[in-house]
Write a protein that binds this ligand. Sequence first.
Ligand SMILES: [Zn+2]
Ligand SMILES: [Zn+2]
Length: 317
Amino acid sequence: MKVHFWGTRGSLPASVTAETIRAKIFKAIKESQGLSFHDDNTIGQFIESRLPFSIKGGYGTNTSCTEIVGGEDHIICDAGTGLRDLGGYVIQQGPQKRHTFHIFISHPHWDHIQGFPFFVPAYIPGNTVNIYGCHDYLEESFVIQQNFNNFPVALKAMSSDIRFTLLDPGKPYAIGGFTVKALQQNHPGHSYGYRFEKEGKSIVYSTDSEHKQDVDNRNYPFIAFFRDADLLIFDAQYGFSEAVQAKEDWGHSNNMSAVELSVRAGVKRLCMYHNEPTVDDATLEEFLEKTRRYLTIYAESNPLKIDLAYDGLEIEV
Ligand SMILES: [Zn+2]
Ligand SMILES: [Zn+2]
């Protein structure tokens, strides 16, 4: 199975301006000075091998939406603006096909539900959209988002079969071929992380979650929740000093906690997520490098692999 990241920004979509693109083109041309390209292939090789990701690509603009691909049904975490692209892709692949979606909502803050009104498969009769969460006002939040003051089309006017299901944190559920368990997280109004298990593989989705002083307790519940995960998707919106000073109690975590908790729980691969929307691509790339360096200080020979999520990233699990 694999994980596809459709939206990776936190809080608000991030913009890409003409100035940003121009600056990337400028750096790429500068890097190519003195080289000659005789065909498309050599241009492609230059881009691939010589340019850093922050110039040849970028971390993307969409808010939280991540898909676990590998079964008949679509397993999705959060319905941020990335959900619109996911919906477009699904329709392009098979316009006549009918689909079942299972969407797990960490919490109903805007950046985690704002893609839903633009999710075209939810307008198509014959599709089934199951929405799961642990907030008893989850359905109400979706209804309000599409009331007439906010959006032209009401939730009930979407023609697919849309069903809301409340989950009990801690209780295992069999959904879409996975065993799924939720855990309450520290965030204004609470959020919930989800652990997905199938055929000996485990993926944990844990965003919008702040870890406080009790993180050092031996029985800290997240250690068991993350235990031996093949992939941990973890809210690392901030650097450590930001998280413990100016932005304490904003409900987000940082890259150092990401590394420490991953090592303590025996996680195999860490993907930092919910990227700060005000930070540019070069700074995010540097943030990833700093985090990888921190791992070598904290746990020198630990084989943990670290990525920073971007829109379009795919990780094989
Ligand atoms: Zn968020
Ligand atoms: Zn939030």
